[in-house]
Structure formats: structure tokens, C-alpha cells
Design a protein around this ligand. Structure first.
Ligand SMILES: Cc1cc2nc3c(=O)[nH]c(=O)nc-3n(C[C@H](O)[C@H](O)[C@H](O)COP(=O)(O)O)c2cc1C
Length: 162
């Protein structure tokens, strides 16, 4: 990957290690899921992170109901659990309980006890990916059986590194 060559560690980590995208509602309920698509950059003069969430994900409704997300990176020992969190839905199981994640929530910010890096993200902008905007039509194969992602552009407001 080009990012690996030029030394863009967070993009490489997202692609190789994955991360948990988590959001909480006002009533204290929360959900999280594994993500590996996204990016980091500068937009509107701010340090931003882009994440992409399909509408059928349980996490989607949580992302819609709050302005604060977290993106958490873990060590190798959690890689298998992150894969599992990318295959099962919070609609049917309590992933935190099932995989032993210690979760805390303060000011709508959901954190995992054993995360090595927690990025707090503030939602700035959201837009749905749309079929007519693709220049490379071959990429539409990503949308044969599932919905168009909603792209969230978020400001990086805090980085908590252990
Ligand atoms: C490695 C990996 C990466 C994933 N990346 C994304 C992503 O970037 N966006 C997305 O919408 N779903 C992604 N998924 C799928 C969700 O994590 C998966 O559908 C999950 O079960 C949704 O959980 P939920 O229904 O509790 O929200 C990924 C899955 C895996 C295994």
C-alpha cells in the first residue's frame, strides 16, 4: 500500500488491524462495530477522520443520533475479537459482554478499557455515497447486496494513547 510506503501509520493501522467505531445514544445505550475503511486528513482547516457506515448496520442509528463517535485501536491480542465484531450485529448479541470488552461512557464518549489508542471524533458532515457519482463503475460491485455507505467527516478532538 502507498500509505505504508509514505508512512501514514493510522491509515495502515485501520486497514491492517481494524478499529472499533462506537457511538452512544442519550439514553445510555450504545453499539460498536469493526471498521477498516476510512481515512485521515485535513479539511476545512481541521484534522479530520472519514468513516463509512452502511445503513443496515445497527451502529448506523447510533451514529445518526449523536455527534460524538470514538474510533479505538487495540493490540494484536484483540485482532480475532475485532474480526468477530465485524461479523455479528449488536441487534442480536451484546458484543461487549460476549467478547469481554470493558466499556465506559462519559459525556457521550464511549471508551474501551484495553484500547491502545482512542480517537474522539466530532461529527462535522455526513453524505451518502451515491451510484451516479462513481467515475470508476467497477467499484459498484461493492454495493451488489448491501446499501450505500454514509460517509461521516469527523473532527479529531482528542487522542488518548496508552
Ligand atoms: C475487517 C472488517 C471491516 C469492516 N469495515 C466496515 C466499514 O468500514 N463500514 C461498515 O459499514 N461495515 C464494516 N464492516 C462490517 C461491520 O463491522 C459488520 O457488519 C458488523 O457486524 C456491524 O455490526 P452492528 O450491526 O452491530 O452495527 C467491517 C467488517 C469487518 C470484518
Amino acid at each position: 500500500m502507498i500509505y505504508e510506503k509514505i508512512g501514514a501509520p493510522l491509515c495502515s493501522r485501520l486497514n491492517n488491524e481494524y478499529a472499533l467505531l462506537a457511538a452512544a445514544k442519550n439514553d445510555g445505550s450504545y453499539n460498536f462495530m469493526t471498521v477498516s475503511w476510512g481515512g485521515f486528513g485535513i479539511l476545512w482547516g481541521k484534522e479530520v477522520c472519514f468513516v463509512f457506515v452502511r445503513p443496515e448496520r445497527h451502529t448506523y442509528s447510533f451514529c445518526e443520533s449523536t455527534d460524538i463517535f470514538t474510533l479505538s485501536f487495540f493490540g494484536d491480542e484483540r485482532h480475532a475479537d475485532l474480526l468477530k465484531c465485524g461479523r455479528v450485529s449488536g441487534k442480536s448479541i451484546d458484543k461487549a459482554k460476549e467478547y469481554g470488552f470493558e466499556v465506559s461512557c462519559e459525556n457521550s464518549t464511549l471508551k474501551f478499557g484495553d484500547a491502545k489508542l482512542t480517537l474522539t471524533l466530532k461529527k462535522l458532515y455526513a453524505q451518502d455515497i451515491s451510484e451516479e457519482c462513481f467515475f470508476d463503475r467497477s467499484l459498484l460491485s461493492n454495493y451488489k447486496n448491501s446499501g450505500y455507505h454514509r460517509m461521516y467527516v469527523c473532527e479529531l478532538t482528542c487522542a488518548d494513547k496508552k
